[in-house]
Ligand binder design. Structure first.
Ligand SMILES: Cc1cc2nc3c(=O)[nH]c(=O)nc-3n(C[C@H](O)[C@H](O)[C@H](O)COP(=O)(O)O)c2cc1C
Length: 220
């Protein structure tokens, strides 16, 4: 089974959550794909304080904060692909999503050893204004993937960097009305599932034939 994890970075149950769930529905159209969903809304996730305890103590979770982040690491590590959606806040991702992504720093050993290199990710940005920073938000999410060695997935023409949705500041109803934006959401959902499936089965075959797939990070 290939597992795609959807993450909504909105602090409320609204347009972004709707879009991520629509993308997951599209992902499930690909045979053998199952999905999981995490909403960051209502979760207490403090910002990273750069104490480096996770690295020094070689913990795969953050030992500095006792908050809701603890229960989320496992979901992230187990998934084969990600669909991360954010509302556009001042032309970038929400602070809730930024805190979540920063707090994944304890997963550094998985980056160093190349474990995350075979995973893929798609991005969704939901703005209240057309051209209100959807592109820069997609870039920020894709930059996160690049930092972790996760392969960012393009939706091809019309969904180049990911899915861009204009909610007109009218929550789910507004997003639903953006027919072009919602089509990019579904394209990203299917593409992430498709590429994750190709990579998972391709990697299994490569492993069976003794072809090394995981290459350790440079500079280590
Ligand atoms: C603090 C804040 C900053 C925002 N900044 C932008 C922005 O720069 N560009 C934009 O298009 N919309 C902006 N919006 C509007 C939201 O992106 C928009 O309403 C979005 O649909 C919210 O997603 P949600 O419904 O999932 O919460 C902002 C909203 C808030 C609360």
């Amino acid at each position: 089974m290939v597992t795609i994890l959807g993450i909504s970075g909105s602090p409320r149950k609204s347009a972004t959550e709707y879009c991520v769930k629509e993308a997951l529905k599209a992902a499930e159209e690909i045979k053998g794909v199952s999905t999981e969903f995490i909403a960051l809304r209502g979760k207490r996730i403090n910002g990273c304080i750069h104490c480096d305890r996770c690295l020094r103590e070689e913990k795969l979770y953050c030992p500095a904060h006792d908050d809701d982040m603890k229960e989320l690491y496992d979901y992230f590590v187990k998934a084969d692909g990600y669909i991360i959606g954010s509302p556009v806040y001042q032309m970038v991702m929400s602070s809730q999503l930024q805190a979540f992504l920063n707090r994944l720093r304890p997963l550094w050993p998985y980056i160093k050893d190349g474990y995350l290199f075979s995973k893929v990710g798609g991005a969704i940005a939901v703005g209240g204004t057309r051209h209100g920073g959807e592109e820069t938000t997609l870039l920020a999410i894709n930059n996160f993937y690049n930092c972790f060695g996760i392969i960012p997935v393009s939706g091809g023409p019309w969904a180049y960097n990911g899915a861009a949705v204009w909610s007109q500041d009218r929550r789910e109803e507004g997003a639903r009305e953006d027919l072009v934006g919602m089509e990019t959401v579904r394209v990203i959902g299917r593409r992430v599932a498709q590429v994750a499936t190709w990579i998972k089965y391709g990697k299994e075959r490569a492993d069976a034939e003794g072809i090394p797939v995981n290459i350790r990070s440079v500079g280590d």
